[in-house]
Design a protein around this ligand. Structure first.
Ligand code: NAD
Length: 289
């Protein structure tokens, strides 16, 4: 019997991100040309984790490239929770700041949820405050978490049907798994959310028209977990012997999936781009579109 091999599109998340960033740059230019200040993202870095410092650098560079301002508040690893809260409160009150991002992880003794709860919902461009998480749950407008938003843009760009599709999400974090499950459900997918205790995970995944892996287990998703023609979104990032590895055996699913995001130039560039989009949205909510 002749096997039918699916033409698999490997998503170019960087190219899509650059297209969106060009539009953002035009919007920023339009605002600035009217005499307004540029939108501004404030990033808070606590401690000296080199990966966090590099992420912050990437985010600030992305702002600069589209004409957006950014400021950085750096605190030592010994900073107390009160000191971090003071910085967040100062940024909440600042007229010159539209979006606030507190880079995770935070040092021991500084509780991420306490810090997230302190960010003003209008400046919560990561969509992590209970107010914005609640708005998402209720289907009300609000800032949405950046990685899930980026995934929705990728699916839209590749014209993946969502309504009526069976979407399987592996991972239930507050930053990816839960919000992407809700966004897919609101777009009328039938969603199954899986996690570390899910039984028969491979069998559940095999039913997915849209499969999102946000786990952090290298190459968890094997070719025989993927339904022919499925859209496969790989969010996971692990570093093995200095190499970046995703949650999906990308090479293996070629010829099976309709689209697959690579672990580099896939979801990552879209996440940063959605941070810029959310910052512009916060600015326009204040100054007008
Ligand atoms: P997390 O690390 O908080 O949690 C992982 C989730 O995976 C949990 O819900 C857990 O139940 C589930 N899980 C763990 N082992 C499992 C297994 N064997 N089978 C099924 N489920 C299992 O999740 P996170 O913060 O969403 O991060 C997930 C991955 O995505 C990480 O690798 C992270 O680095 C990456 N990430 C990438 C981006 C990006 O922009 N590319 C953004 C955020 C997170």
């Amino acid at each position: 019997m002749a096997s039918t091999r699916q033409e698999t599109v490997v998503v170019d998340g960087l190219a899509l991100a650059q297209d969106i960033r060009q539009d953002l740059a035009k919007a920023v230019e339009r605002h600035v040309s009217t005499g307004r200040r540029a939108p501004c993202l404030a990033v808070v870095l606590v401690g000296d984790d080199p990966a966090s410092a590099s992420y912050i650098k990437g985010k600030r560079r992305a702002c600069a490239r589209i004409g957006m301002d950014s400021i950085e508040r750096k605190l030592p690893a010994t900073a107390t929770e009160r000191e971090v809260l003071d910085v967040v409160e100062e940024l909440n009150a600042s007229e010159g700041v539209d979006g606030i991002l507190v880079q995770l992880p935070l040092p021991d003794g500084v509780r991420p949820n306490t810090i997230a709860e302190a960010i003003g919902p209008d400046k919560d461009i990561d969509g992590l405050t209970p107010i914005n998480a609640g708005r998402l749950l209720l289907g009300e407008p609000g800032h949405r978490a950046c990685t899930p938003l980026g995934i929705m843009k990728i699916l839209e760009h590749h014209e993946i049907p969502i309504e009526g599709a069976h979407a399987v999400v592996i991972g239930r974090s507050a930053i990816v798994g839960k919000p992407i499950s809700l966004l897919l459900q609101q777009a009328n997918a039938t969603v199954t959310m899986c996690h570390s205790r899910t039984k028969q995970l491979a069998a559940v995944c095999r039913n997915a028209d849209i499969l999102v892996a946000a786990v952090g287990v290298p190459r968890l998703v094997q070719p025989d977990w993927v339904k022919p023609g499925a859209a496969v979104i790989d969010v996971g990032v692990s570093i093995i012997d200095g190499e970046w590895v995703g949650d999906v055996d990308t090479e293996g699913v070629r010829g099976i999936a309709r689209i697959v995001t690579p672990h580099r130039r896939g979801v990552g560039p879209m996440t940063i781009t959605m941070l810029l989009c959310n910052t512009l949205d916060a600015y326009e909510a204040h100054f007008g579109a």
